[in-house]
Every structure is written in C-alpha cells, then in structure tokens.
Write a protein that binds this ligand. Structure first.
Ligand SMILES: [Ca+2]
Ligand SMILES: [Ca+2]
Ligand SMILES: [Ca+2]
Length: 441
C-alpha cells in the first residue's frame, strides 16, 4: 500500500520528461521513443506530408497544394522549395516521394479523382535549368514507387503498385506491381511499365532490399486476405523473362499476415521490413518491424485512436542501432513523428541505462514468458535472463550526478503497469489492439 503513495510523484517526473510528453502523432511501443518534428511549434516549419522520404538528415515531403519541400530535421527549417509540376496539371494528392538511388533526383506520383490522370514525375535540379519536373509515365492508381538500387550502366528498375482499371471500380480491384527501366526512356523522357506481379486488391506500399527482393504489404477490404509478401529477385527475373506476371502464393511468397492493409512498406539499412498498417473502424493504425525472414512482426508504434490515419512512412539507418529512425505522418495533424529505438537496456525509456533499469530487470529476473521491453527483456525473446543482463551491463550509462533516479520499488511498479497496459492494447507477437469504443461485438 505504501508503494502506491510514491507513484504520483514518479508519474509527474516521467510526464515532465520531453521524450515522453511530446508525442501526439503516434504512441511508441516499448523499446522506442517518439519526438514530433516540423509541427510548427518552437519556431520550426510546419508540414503536412502526403508523401515523404528521409535523405541525409533531411525530410523531403510533398504537401498537397504546397509542393515538394526539403526540411532540415535538426533545425526544423525549410531548406529547399521545389514547387509542383505546373504545365496545367492540377495536382491533387501525392502518392509517393522516392529518391533515385544516387540521390540525383526524386520521383513523385500523384493520384487524381477517379484515377483519371495519375501521373509520375521525375524532379531534378541542375545549374542550367534549375528545378525541372519531367512527366515520366501515367499509371492509374499509382501508390508507391521504389528502386532496385543494384543499377548498372543501362538498367535502373523502378517498381510501382497501381490499379490499371482505377482503384475500386473492378471487383476485386485489379492491383498489380509494374516495373520499368528508368534508363530506357523515350525522347520525351517517358518510361514504360510492364506488369511483374498480379496481386489483386487495392494498390499499397512496396519496398526493395539490397538483394533486389521485393516486399509488398497488400491492401484488400477483407482483413483475412492481407499479407506481407516477398518476391525474390530470381522470381522477378523469371517473370520478366517469360512475360508472365507472378501470381503470389502463400507457400512461396507469404511472410506473415496483416490485420489491416499496409499503407506503406519500407526496409531499413539491414534489410528489416517496416510497415504501416492503415487502420480502419475496427483497428488502430500500426507501425510494425519484422526481420527479413520473419515469422511475425513486433510493434514500433500505434496511432492514438481508431480515427487517426497514417499518411506517410519513411525509414533511415539501421533500426538495431542508435542511428535508425522511422518517420510517420498522420492526416489530421501537422508534423512528422520521429521514432527511434531506446538505448539497449533502457527499460523505463528515460534515455539512461542506470540502476532504475537494473531494478526493473531484477524484479522480473527469470520471468520465462510474456516479458516485454519494459520488464527488462531487451533482446525481445519473451524472457528476462542473463542475455538481457549482459545487454544492460554493456550499455550502462547513468546520468550525470545520478539525480532524479526513481526509487527502485516505484519504478518496478510503474514499469509493470505500463507493460501490462501495452500488452492489453497490442497483444504479444504483433496482434493489433482492438478499438473498443467502435467494436460492436
Ligand atoms: Ca515504400
Ligand atoms: Ca532508463
Ligand atoms: Ca530476453
């Protein structure tokens, strides 16, 4: 009973910590922290990204009816303004912003009402011509474009997911993944896309890793149909040679199931899969992380409510290290959530690895199943044991002076409560939490 009397003061300390109080776009899962960037507060620029990429510490975002802009993520200031395509094209909603592998240009896609004029542009800056938008292709329902970075002198392949008869008109929608050689353009700069995967559903996000393997999180209206697929570079090469698009099979291509269709899929520098699930009236939006050969995924962050809608996803660095970052934007508020892994061993998420974390680990010592990051399970194997203790010891980094260290018994109590709350929301092993105020039973 006496322990509870200490809890309010510790909660006050935790709420006063900026990393815990600031996030309004998404809620971090255990093991991660979130800082909102470019919200317009604190003298930063304000951005509402419809599509975005992160390159060299900068956010490159297309904001509808504003244009393509580059922002410094450290200072929060606008660095470049590349405008919009012009030439009479009434742009509507950007579907993707993708840098070419060498960083020399961006490819930006747009979707228009009824998918009547969905164009893909390449935008580049040169000293002679300044910013120049070139119309490369028109592909109905285009949603995401990714490059295979293994380019040669004559080949640079771009993959795009699209619905050729316009999304939602046919049933089931005729989603396909197309491929074009960006180095094989007409005299006007146009490239031609060929179907490489025939997947059905609505168009969704894709990713290509350093081996040339293609990842695709589908988006069907029926939840039980949603999958994270992988199509290997060899399968793709065979499909291109035969002219017969791949028809995905569970045996060959299914990595894991998605409760809701994927808004976008990305890979980090180590080849891990990061995806954003869109959310609907039954499920909240979710950002998930999976190994390249996964049996499932673990949550990175979730939207705060069923009504929140994730708008854009970008990934930089290696998410197993301190430099890895996931960026996600939401439709109904400005800014970008910057999600980073907590230091290994930081059970309570205060940015330090100290005796408060050691106390948490000790309180859960040899817990054999269902343990979470907040219990001291830093290698995410569900147990708290010597492997986790070694991680904590290797990353021991107490704050200067050791002040404001919570009383261990209170830290243990609160960490247990927080972990229990998260388990109740998201389940173990990546089950998306239910949106209880809309569940009809
Ligand atoms: Ca993507
Ligand atoms: Ca800590
Ligand atoms: Ca463990």
């Amino acid at each position: 009973m006496r322990r509870f009397l200490h809890a309010p003061s510790l909660i006050a300390i935790l709420l006063a910590a900026p990393s815990l109080a600031a996030a309004t776009i998404v809620e971090p899962a255990p093991g991660y922290r979130v800082v909102d960037q470019l919200t317009g507060s604190g003298g930063t620029a304000e951005v509402w990204p419809a599509a975005m990429a992160v390159v060299d510490g900068s956010l490159v975002a297309f904001e509808n009816r504003v244009g393509l802009q580059r922002f410094d993520l450290t200072s929060g200031s606008l660095e470049e303004d590349w405008g919009e395509p012009g030439d009479g094209y009434a742009y509507w909603s950007a579907s993707f912003v993708t840098p070419e592998p060498d960083g020399s240009a961006y490819w930006v896609g747009f979707t228009t009402p009824r998918n009547a004029d969905d164009r893909i542009y390449r935008v580049a800056w040169t000293p002679d011509e300044g910013v120049k938008w070139v119309h490369k292709a028109t592909l109905r329902g285009n949603f995401d474009l990714e490059f295979d970075s293994r380019q040669t002198e004559n080949e640079l392949y771009a993959y795009v997911s699209a619905n050729p008869s316009a999304a939602g008109i046919s049933s089931p929608p005729d989603n396909r993944i197309y491929r074009a050689n960006a180095k094989n353009a007409s005299s006007e700069g146009k490239v031609s896309f060929d179907a490489i995967v025939d997947v059905l559903g609505y168009s969704a996000g894709l990713a290509v890793d350093a081996r040339g393997d293609l990842y695709y999180g589908t988006w069907f209206s029926a939840a039980e149909s949603n999958r994270m697929y992988r199509f290997t570079a060899n399968e793709i090469a065979a499909a291109a040679a035969s002219g017969q698009p791949i028809v995905p099979s569970d045996a060959a291509n299914r990595l894991f199931d998605l409760q809701v269709g994927a808004l976008d899929t990305e890979v980090d520098d180590a080849g891990r899969i990061v995806f954003a699930s869109a959310g609907n009236e039954s499920w909240d939006g979710l950002v998930g992380l999976a190994d390249a050969d996964p049996g499932g995924f673990s949550p990175v962050a979730a939207t705060w409510s069923c009504y929140d809608r994730l708008a854009a996803l970008a990934v930089s660095g290696d998410l197993s290290g301190a430099s890895g970052r996931v960026f996600v934007a939401e439709y109904f508020q400005p800014g970008v959530a910057e999600i980073s892994p907590l230091p290994p061993g930081d059970a309570n998420g205060d940015g330090l690895v100290d005796k408060a974390d050691a106390s948490i680990l000790a309180a859960h010592w040899l817990q054999g199943a269902g343990a979470a990051w907040g219990d001291g399970d830093f290698n995410r194997d569900g147990a708290v044991d010597d492997l986790d203790l070694a991680i904590l010891a290797a990353n021991w980094q107490p704050g200067p002076g050791g002040t404001s260290v919570p009383e261990p018994s209170v830290a243990v109590l609160l960490a247990g409560v927080l972990a229990a709350l998260w388990r109740g929301r998201m389940g173990v092993g990546g089950t998306v939490r239910d949106c209880d105020f809309l569940t009809t039973g």
